[in-house]
Design a protein around this ligand. Structure first.
Ligand SMILES: [Cu+2]
Length: 196
C-alpha cells in the first residue's frame, strides 16, 4: 500500500470523477491519512456508473493513475451523445473559449489552445495560476477508459490564452475539460474532440 505521496501540480492526489457518457465531471483533491487511505466527500449529481481516476505519484516512483468504477443508485438518464465541437467556440460555466487544435492525430503531440472570454465576450486577461500553471486540462475517451495526459505548453502565451499539449494513443472521440481560475473561482470549459 502506498503511504507516501509526492506532490504533483500542488496536490498529493487529483481525483477525477466522470459519469458513463462523460456528462458529469468533477476534479477534487481528497485527503490522505497516515495509512495511505484517500478520502473525499462528493455528492454524485445523478445515478449511474461512474469512473474514478486518482492521479498520484508514490514517493520515489513515477506518476500514475489508479482507476475504479462506482455504481451509484438513483435516477440515471443516459448522457447525450458526444459530438466533436472543436476547433470552435465552446461554452463553459462562467467562462467561454475559442479552442484551436493543431494535429488532432493519435501518436503525436496535439496542441489545444484556449482563448478565453468572459460571458460578455471580453477577453479573460486576468487568469490566475491554478495548480501551478495557467490552467489544467483533463481528457478522457468517449468509452470512459482512455485517460489522456495533457500539460500546459512551455511557451509563454498572451494574457487570456492557454495552450496545452496532449498525447492521444488512439483515434476516437474524446471529451476534455479545461479548468481556469479567475478572481479565486475555478471555471470548467468542456469540449469534444475527434482524434484521427
Ligand atoms: Cu487536481
Amino acid at each position: 500500500m502506498v503511504k507516501e505521496f509526492e506532490t504533483i501540480h500542488e496536490k498529493q492526489v487529483h481525483l477525477i470523477i466522470v459519469r458513463e457518457g462523460l456528462d458529469q465531471f468533477a476534479h477534487i483533491h481528497p485527503e490522505i491519512d497516515r495509512s495511505g487511505t484517500i478520502t473525499a466527500d462528493y455528492t454524485f449529481p445523478l445515478g449511474g456508473k461512474y469512473r474514478l481516476f486518482a492521479d498520484h505519484k508514490p514517493a520515489g516512483k513515477g506518476a500514475t493513475t489508479a482507476t475504479t468504477d462506482v455504481k451509484v443508485a438513483g435516477d440515471a438518464p443516459s448522457a447525450p451523445e458526444l459530438a466533436s465541437n472543436v476547433p470552435g467556440k465552446v461554452i463553459g460555466d462562467g467562462l467561454n473559449a475559442e479552442i484551436a487544435v493543431d494535429n488532432a492525430k493519435a501518436g503525436g503531440g496535439t496542441k489545444i489552445a484556449f482563448t478565453l472570454v468572459d460571458p460578455t465576450g471580453r477577453p479573460a486577461a486576468d487568469l490566475q495560476p491554478y495548480l501551478g500553471a495557467m490552467g489544467h486540462l483533463v481528457i478522457i475517451g468517449a468509452d470512459g477508459l482512455e485517460y489522456v495526459h495533457a500539460h500546459p505548453a512551455e511557451k509563454k502565451s498572451p494574457a487570456g490564452q492557454v495552450e496545452f499539449e496532449a498525447h492521444f494513443r488512439k483515434p476516437g472521440i474524446y471529451k476534455g475539460w479545461g479548468q481556469f481560475q479567475r478572481a479565486g473561482v475555478v471555471h470548467t470549459v468542456p469540449f469534444v474532440i475527434r482524434v484521427n
